[in-house]
Design a protein around this ligand. Sequence first.
Ligand code: SAH
Length: 413
Amino acid sequence: MSTSRDINATLVDTAPAVPTNAAARADVPVPKVEPKRTNLFDLERVQLEDFFEQVLGEKRYRAHQVMKWIHHRYVTDFSDMTDLGKALRAKLEQHAHVHAPSVVLDKASEDGTHKWLLGMDAKNAIETVFIPDKGRGTLCVSSQVGCALNCQFCSTATQGFNRNLSTAEIIGQVWIAARHLGNVPHQQRRLTNVVMMGMGEPLANFDNVVRAMSIMRDDLGYGLANKRVTLSTAGMVPQIDKLGELSDVSLAVSLHAANDELRSELVPLNKKYPIEMLMDACVRYALRKPGTSVTFEYTLMKGVNDQPQHARQLVQLMRSFDRSVQMKGAAKVNLIPFNPFPGTRFERPTDQAIRAFQKLLNDTGMIAPVRRTRGDDIDAACGQLKGQVMDRTRRNSEFRRSLGQQERGDAAA
Ligand code: SAH
């Protein structure tokens, strides 16, 4: 049997001799190894302090000055950070950089919504959307390039999954929007809320998302109150518990159906974490801190989950949540009219049907706002974000599908 060991042996045998101590031989040029520079966007406050102390040998508070330059004044060039000494700036130059994603495309909607297509690497781009409203400005941030969860009604899912975004790539989205808006934390706040509701499942990229959310909430970052940073999940139960231990943000859960059969069809993750398990995790999350509510998102799809019995099931589930948390209104429902995208088999219910569904909830005393569709003209609404995903999973499945078609074609011939 031919083994890889044989091949390695051949390679070693024929490889030119590499001097082990090249520096000692004047005739052999020593390749200059550039030290890997840390992207400071990747570090939350305590990590940046550690970096200053351990890597640069500086005082920890210096990290605070740098955070303000980056997140409050949008300065990324160390030579412009004028309250740092020359020697420190040189050291920073050597060990660090501040690198934001590149803006590939930038579109403004008639209703004030703004969408950015941001390049993450040579092959992948993601989308970030800013939605201004009365007295608030919400940024919808992506956590992954594509998504692996395959929710049937979501455009991002049709792209498959490629990779997680780094902390720098997540907070970089906030930085780009905030800079564009002329946002000055604590003074001129244009960006008041962040929702992790863009492309991807944030809890599947746990560490990077939690770190980025910590920068969003830090006074030296974007200074957003905990309540104003919302993480939306399709229902990754163990990670909801972990989030409750490590972070304190608003939790939103994409429910879309209050019975397991339908939910498993719409959100395949439900087969792993069915509704009862999911609701228990939400109760634990809410009970951590008195007064905590959880938002349940319900995308209304014509003839699928918009019937009176669906509304009744939803009311039951929400009531039972309120009882467990011992707080009326602890469960908040957000109704999202389905946003169509090319190739989808779902449709948006009529406005009348949406109102009728909402009324059934309201009649039981439940408040359930219908989320207005924003940025329609630039494909910036919920579930319409696509970016450009160089997808591995999809390439695989397309490959398998094309094989299947070929077989069927062969059989027909
Ligand atoms: N993976 C996370 C966050 C991304 S989706 C989650 O599932 O929560 C953000 C919200 O938009 C979710 O509630 C999602 O279900 C909803 N959504 C997805 N596609 C949609 C569509 N085509 N129309 C309306 N809402 C959609």
